[in-house]
Design a binder for this molecule. Structure first.
Ligand code: ATP
Ligand code: MG
Length: 332
């Protein structure tokens, strides 16, 4: 068995990345890229599963997501950044794994159920969307990933992947596939600026890493606080208060946070003071990201992605070969 530590993470290029990605997974990936062999996947094929009628959007966002990676500090010298569709071995693996999990098990998946509520095909789910957790299992196992830095919506999907791994190893009497473990971020589910349970690209309720300082400010000032906190002297609620949810995630000084909460609960702390503080914190987080983004040379982007995908393809091909061998369908 391998004891090498390998990280696989990625994002669907359905839009630019937001603060939820940053706090939920990007930050961990950036720190893991030094001690681990790291693969970062831009999952364009998975993104097509619910955007098959808008492939141009996906193609455009491959580049945006790549820029977000570089701007936040993902380093192509340290980790392999790849485009999923350039590694066709993943889709052959997916096909073999499809035999190892039932349709009922896929339908029971809480993340899928939740996502379906927001999709237009709620009552006629496509085979492609229902089975994206299988393709995610292929992504993870192709690189023999041991650690997956993600937000909490991914826990149920990694469980599916581990189930497939166990079933594969049992059925084919092998140990070539390895199970993986989730590494959750500081805030494993950042709520939307509209108070909806999860900030998400598709719901467009997020502060994007590429938003201008003006847009960030405007989004912060549009956040809900406590509707009954009208006068500064009123007692306020911290629970369910979007500004506090963001302060929980992005204000690193625990003592200051605790004191703001107790002052707000007691009364005497105005919403505008809180919003101005949150705005300042986010502006100083995002300013260096914007600076780094400005240094990206457009002409090199595709070259880096194609190169990363070729490297990844080599690794995935080795796994695929071993998978075919243990299944017993090698003919040459
Ligand atoms: P989409 O709406 O298209 O599904 P998304 O915003 O949910 O987009 P994904 O590309 O599905 O983003 O998620 C990529 C990674 O970011 C996953 O690991 C996911 O758990 C994490 N993530 C996404 N949104 C959040 C959030 N609001 N809080 C914490 N982590 C998040
Ligand atoms: Mg998602």
């Amino acid at each position: 068995m391998q004891n090498k530590r390998v990280v696989l993470t990625g994002d669907r290029p359905t839009g630019p990345l937001h603060l939820g990605h940053y706090i939920g997974s990007l930050k961990n990936r950036i720190s893991l890229q030094d001690g681990y062999e790291c693969f970062v996947m831009i999952a364009d094929v998975q993104a097509l599963s619910d955007n098959f009628d808008n492939p141009q959007k996906i193609k455009k966002n491959v580049i945006e997501v790549f820029k977000d990676y570089i701007a936040t500090g993902i380093d192509p010298q340290k980790c392999t950044i790849l485009i999923q569709s350039l590694v066709p071995e993943l889709f052959e693996l997916t096909t073999y794994y499809m035999n190892l999990i039932s349709v009922t098990r896929l339908e029971r998946n809480p993340t899928i159920k939740n996502e379906l509520q927001h999709k237009s095909f709620a009552n006629s789910i496509t085979a492609g969307f229902l089975s994206y957790p299988i393709s995610q299992a292929a992504d993870i196992t192709a690189f023999k990933a041991t650690h997956i830095p993600v937000g909490d919506d991914q826990i149920a999907l990694i469980e599916v992947s581990n189930e497939i791994v166990r079933r594969f190893n049992r059925v084919y009497n092998t140990d070539i596939l390895v199970e993986s473990e989730v590494i959750l971020g500081k805030t494993s589910r950042l709520i939307g600026i509209d108070g909806v349970a999860k900030a998400s690209k598709s719901l467009n309720n997020a502060i994007f890493l590429s938003d201008s300082p003006e847009v960030v400010k405007q989004k912060v000032y549009s956040m809900y606080t406590d509707p009954n906190h009208i006068k500064v002297s009123d007692q306020g609620r911290v629970e369910g208060n979007v500004v506090f949810a963001y302060l929980d995630a992005f204000l690193n000084d625990e003592d200051e946070l605790a004191s703001l909460k107790s002052q707000y609960r007691r009364g005497g702390l105005g919403d505008s003071v809180l919003k101005s503080l949150l705005n300042e914190i986010l502006q100083s987080l995002l300013a260096p990201i914007a600076e780094k983004r400005a240094t990206i040379i457009e002409e090199t982007i595709l070259e880096t992605l194609v190169h990363g995908s070729e490297v990844a393809r080599g690794v995935a091909a080795t796994t695929l070969r071993a998978v075919r061998d243990v299944i017993g369908i090698t003919y040459n």
